[in-house]
Design a protein around this ligand. Structure first.
Ligand SMILES: NC(=O)c1ccc[n+]([C@@H]2O[C@H](COP(=O)([O-])OP(=O)(O)OC[C@H]3O[C@@H](n4cnc5c(N)ncnc54)[C@H](OP(=O)(O)O)[C@@H]3O)[C@@H](O)[C@H]2O)c1
Length: 298
């Protein structure tokens, strides 16, 4: 495993583990504890959550597993997000809330759920037209000075959203968590990666395997992609095409941190962790780009 410095005294593993799908895995607390320990054995120390995952239950499930071995807390970095409100008995529509009180309230809940007294990194889940940056700034200031949140970042922000928010804050934004995979290259082309390079920050990458579509999609681009990934897999002597996809992401100069979405198959997680040992040549990197686009670079 490789590690990457995110900020003073905050280092992430190059491969993070994501818990969006935690409830689908149907783990008991002991089984989940075993999964967490396996990740740590593989060198994965960064765990990605959100208040809403598992319809607001995933954080507490993770916290219950952690309570069985509290000594693991300081061996990991907990990332969580807030700002999305799901439709429910108390919310007539799904919406975004970034008021000062709501951000603080959600962090208090996350701390309780995890059974911890600090979050390593708090992300604002999505930009909102109603986000008042002064309220966000006040919330961040309070959460930082009380020691409840060590660092802050955003998710799914375009460069103009990022720059606007940054200009109001007294604390740095240390990452932008965005979607990126060979089957979704939008964030490679819209300025987000250039922003990360200019800001010297490392983006966290969600759905690195396109939510599994890399393996299953029958679209022409995906079929061409799989053929190309297999050629490169053989050249790199990698175990699976998943590792070639992770290394396609890891090769980018912005220092990307792919988040693994698979939790039931421990082998998938081990392979993801091991993918840090491969580096694609520029030619191999563009073979993947070309396969998906269906044409050569200009
Ligand atoms: N910030 C945001 O807005 C946002 C949005 C979405 C996700 N996320 C974060 O990103 C994480 C990853 O997203 P994701 O779950 O969509 O990631 P992904 O890795 O693109 O997709 C995971 C899916 O691919 C399947 N899969 C098939 N073969 C696989 C293999 N060899 N290795 C790994 N997975 C394989 C998995 O199936 P099995 O489960 O059967 O293994 C799982 O259903 C989430 O857990 C969450 O933490 C953030």
């Amino acid at each position: 495993m490789q590690y990457i410095k995110m900020y003073d005294n905050l280092t992430f593993s190059r491969i993070a583990m994501g818990f969006w799908r935690l409830l689908e895995w149907n783990y008991t607390d002991d089984e989940l504890l075993n999964l967490i320990e396996k990740c740590l054995d593989f060198g994965i120390t960064t765990f990605d959550h959100a208040d809403i995952y598992g319809n607001y239950t995933a954080e507490a499930k993770f916290g219950n597993a952690l309570k069985k071995k509290p000594s693991l807390r300081n061996k990991m970095q907990i990332v969580t997000k807030c700002g999305i409100v799901y439709q429910s008995e108390t919310a007539r529509v799904k919406y975004y809330n970034y008021s000062e009180n709501y951000i603080i309230q959600q962090v208090e809940k996350s701390l309780k759920n995890f059974g911890t007294d600090y979050i390593d990194l708090l992300l604002l889940h999505r930009p909102s037209p109603l986000m008042n940056p002064e309220e966000v700034s006040n919330a961040f200031k309070e959460l930082y000075t009380s020691g409840k949140v060590r660092t802050f970042g955003v998710s799914n922000f375009l460069p103009h959203d990022f720059s606007m928010l940054k200009s109001y804050l007294n604390v740095p934004l240390i990452t932008n968590q965005v979607e990126l995979s060979p089957l979704n290259m939008e964030n490679l082309e819209n300025g987000v990666m250039s922003l990360c390079l200019a800001e010297r920050i490392h983006p966290m990458i969600w759905s690195p395997l396109a939510g599994g579509r890399i393996f299953t999609s029958q679209e022409d681009a995906a079929v061409r992609l799989r053929e190309t990934l297999e050629i490169i897999r053989k050249e790199q002597n990698a175990e699976g095409i998943d590792q070639v996809v992770y290394s396609w992401l890891l090769t980018h100069p912005a220092g990307l941190i792919p988040i693994v979405g698979s939790g039931e198959n421990i082998e998938f997680i081990r392979r993801a962790a091991d993918s840090t040992k491969y580096t694609l040549t520029p030619e191999q990197w563009f073979m993947i780009w070309t396969a998906v686009k269906g044409h050569k670079v200009p």
